[in-house]
Design a protein around this ligand. Sequence first.
Ligand SMILES: [Zn+2]
Length: 573
Amino acid sequence: MPFLLPPPLQGRIYRTRAAAENATRVTKTINRPHRLARRIPPHAGGTMRSRLPSGAHCYLFCLWALLVPPVCLQHASHHRRKDHGGGGGGGGGDDDGGVGGGEERPKLLLVSFDGFRWDYVDRVPTPNFHALKREGVTVEVVENAYITKTFPDHYSLVTGLYAETHGIVANEMFDPALNRSFSMETDSVYDPRWWEAAVPLWVTLQRAGGRSGAAMWPGSDVRIHGTYPTRYLAYNASVTFAARVERIVRWLAAPDDGEGEAAAVDFGLLYWEEPDESGHRLGPESTLMDDVIKDIDEKLGYLRNELKKAGLYERLNLVVTSDHGMTQLSKDKIIELDQYVSRDLYTWVDKSPVVGLLPKEGKLEEVYSSLVTANPYLFVYKKEDIPEHLHYSHNSRIMPILLEAQEGWTIVQNRNGTFMLGNHGYSNTLPSMHPVFLARGPAFRQDYVKPAMRSVDLYPLMCHILALRPLPNNGSLAAVQDLLSVAPSPSPATASSTPTAAAPTGSSEGGGGGGDPAPGYSYATAVGSLLGVVMVLGFLVVFVRQVTLKQLPALPMRSREMSQPLLQEDLRL
Ligand SMILES: [Zn+2]
């Protein structure tokens, strides 16, 4: 059976999904999950009381002892939330660290300007980026996830996972198990099976009773694990930046206590295609890029003003970042595979500068040996030999042979086709591939510069701000907690966790391994557990004393053999 693979796509400009071009500006509203009911029905105490004999106060003490620790846990782990009188004991659910009814969740807006390299902010006057620097935090070096392309890195930002674990390993992919191809330029993007090795943050938030709104963020218009963002815009590249901002600000500024479409979202995601498109077309070193960068700064200024007009700017946490940087290409730096190996021996997957090759059956060694020493600017890896630090081998969607060009070089089969002057996708250790990162708001320090972080660390940081328990991830809250205005509660589990990479079609949600727990959770667990043990022990002492003395007066104090079984039977009630 022939593989369903796309034709070679090198040379095209990104961001032209055919289906999306035809899509209308549609806002779809999904009913948000109901706030979870309180765990303890109000009549429970009365029911218990009516069944108890004269030692009832012991049972009530027991009930209190068992209930107090969970309530303490809820309050401790949600210490950052503002309580509007709904009381504790809310939240709960399958996997959440959710906010209970009546509590307001801190707001967060994540903005990505595609392809905004970290050093663009100092290349031309960018007053709005610099205002953010003064008002909040800046990270100078952000090591993003390999490969440094749009879809993999945007999914890493909202999952905290490297591509080998979240399964979006490239912009163009082939899945041998599904026998299907993925391309950001086709409707394959909307097949949830490509995305469901991980759970994006908006899904986790909504499972915890929160609401999210997404304006064109890659993957946010896909029904992942049965869920869309509470509100979202179906992808359409022709929708202006102002229109996207208008929508996301309206969603964030709605009343917090509204229902359905009237309710505010807690978490917003905003995506803009520039300066990536211009970077590809002009090359980042072109002086024409200066105006493109100035335009992005003006767009950031527009967003800031709209947030101020809506009364959101001072109470919202705003993160401005990107998926990757951009580097200059040259027509003198072309690697033509046809010079070294017959294209009949392999199928080409994804685009330069990192290309997967799927050799025809029995041809792996021939293809590999033909290429491995063919060109000094071409790095050739068998899948199992891909360097571990790239976190890019443990997934069936990563092809048996991986080609990576040296920075500035382009891999093609031959010179037919359009040539770009800028590109990304190269190693995430290269400064040119690194994105910008700034953040401001109540959760963040002011005028603080941090030397370095990994982009996967943003996920546990966002979970902390949103008071959510993160799913297993490759990031570390401890690594970025110095960005916060208030340090998280002490936690023994502050080291970075490394989920086990898994084939996406068979993996469970979020991969394996452990992640950073919710802020303060482990500390609260220890305190709550200690309280619970003390209280239950206290109850047992009082209970034994009460029952043996009052309920069983006929039994002599020394008849332990007789009284013990009766006590245990009674305890099971
Ligand atoms: Zn791009």
